[in-house]
Write a protein that binds this ligand. Sequence first.
Ligand code: 2HA
Ligand code: ZN
Length: 281
Amino acid sequence: MSEEIKGIEQQEFMRGFTRLCDDGWLQGWHERNGGNLTYRMKAEEVEACKPFFKEPGEWVNMGVQADNLRSEYFVTTGSGRYMRNVQGDPAHNVGIVEINEAGDSWRIVWGLEDGAKPTSEFPSHFLNHSVRVEATNGADRVIYHAHPDNVIALTKVMPLDAREFTRALWKAMTECIVVFPKGVGVVPWMVPGGADIAHATSELMKTFDAAIWAQHGMFVSGPDFDLTFGLMHTIEKAAKIHGQALAMNNCSGDFMNTITDQGLRDIARDFGLTVNEDFLD
Ligand code: 2HA
Ligand code: ZN
């Protein structure tokens, strides 16, 4: 019997990609066309997909460039396409793009049917992939942008400062510091979709694997779909707990009970974490 031939939609990485889109939708983070996801493919995944690639489209310049992403392949959600529709119809709502040898342009080799294009945040994703490849020695492959309610709500009432946000989130729930020991970065309000927000975010992603976009959402990076979704989910849950506790406490952050800085240090010691010391008192 011949070995089963898997089409692109049946490949493990594509199932992980589309499942994350659906998981985010079910969380309520992807109203209308909100949010986007990209994945840097492994060489063996590209090889397995090549027989199913179509006649490539035109090269499109991105306005950003990265040496360490020359000739890479990415899976990307489509601009204007809805996360809600991804799992039911991947070929129309997501696609695979090839990056040129100069590392500054993409062309579509699969999916994004009927004239779709990569996400409007592709330049942001691309620059952030470049920074994360550098920061993690190639381990990080997933960049995920979502509009999680509680994180966005906190950006309306808290100082837009990485230290303040990180401390509030670490102290909201005991295991947060284990999930994001480096903390979270904060980008002030900016116009979405352009090179400016891409550069501002990628500056932060040299240090952090999560960045909050004020009054907009969050940007996270990780090595696989489980860890990346889990990071978004954990930060959003911590934001929800912090927001609820503030509301229960007459909007004061001076809580009757909280995790002390010594407590955070004790977790770091017992779990062998490299925490961002700048964010501890
Ligand atoms: O893809 O969320 O920030 C739509 C967006 C842009
Ligand atoms: Zn957005």
